[in-house]
Design a protein around this ligand. Structure first.
Ligand SMILES: [Zn+2]
Length: 226
């Protein structure tokens, strides 16, 4: 009887402890959202800076006074420094999306370091502040990147809403995609660099005021994951 009681007590403690560990913390260094957030969400923009489209997006963000995180590609930082300076001057959070938009699969440590560090160097060269956030291109990561991130203190940031703006979705479809899924703790994927027509800025002009009306607060990824 005593043994049964002890076993039950032990099981109860385990169940309580598991309940206290947030889901994202069980997945080493990889985040696609923040569990348990009420109204905070993070807008993220990949692949830029773009010589024109980054500015258009920033104009909409500024219009509503909301913040966002830009996951920049090193070679674009180098080639389109004006767009990068806009991001830096306005104080948006900057994440790392590799130097060459390389898919980080089966990459050795020196290749990972080169992709990440050379992007950081380009950001710093323009006076920008780097963060510890890496978004691997196409969301592809493996044990090598996990290992690299663990050793060097980086977080791998994915997303849980893909707006499909990169497929040239219409502004209404992008807005519908977000509004039908949004909830507190979301990390929402957009792109400021898209080849050809982009409807991202126009979609944001629909989405942001609606979400503000619903009481959502826009924060950087780092703030969301705190
Ligand atoms: Zn990308």
């Amino acid at each position: 009887m005593q043994f049964l009681k002890r076993t039950l007590l032990f099981s109860l403690v385990i169940v309580i402890l598991l309940g206290l560990i947030p889901v994202h913390a069980q997945n080493n260094y990889v985040y696609s959202c923040k569990q348990g957030e009420d109204k905070k969400i993070a807008l993220t923009f990949d692949d830029g800076p773009h010589p024109k489209k980054t500015r258009k997006i920033i104009e909409v963000l500024e219009k509503y006074g909301v913040t966002a995180t830009f996951f920049v590609v090193g070679v674009n930082v180098k080639n389109y420094s004006e767009g990068m300076k806009e991001i830096i001057d306005r104080g948006y959070e900057i994440g790392n999306h590799t130097f060459s938009h390389k898919i980080l699969k089966n990459s050795d440590a020196s290749c990972l370091e080169k992709e990440v560090i050379s992007t950081e160097n380009e950001i710093k060269r323009l006076g920008g502040e780097v963060s510890n956030l890496i978004r691997p291109p196409c969301g592809v990561y493996d044990d090598s990147l996990l290992d690299f991130s663990r050793k060097n203190g980086y977080k791998i940031v994915l997303w849980n809403i893909d707006t499909k703006d990169w497929e040239h979705a219409s502004k209404r479809d992008i807005a519908k995609m977000v509004e039908s899924k949004v909830k507190g703790g979301d990390i929402i994927l957009f792109h400021d660099y898209i080849s050809g027509k982009s409807n991202t800025a126009e979609a944001l002009d629909i989405i942001i005021p609606r979400l503000l009306d619903l009481g959502y607060e826009f924060v950087s990824v780092s703030e969301l994951l705190q």
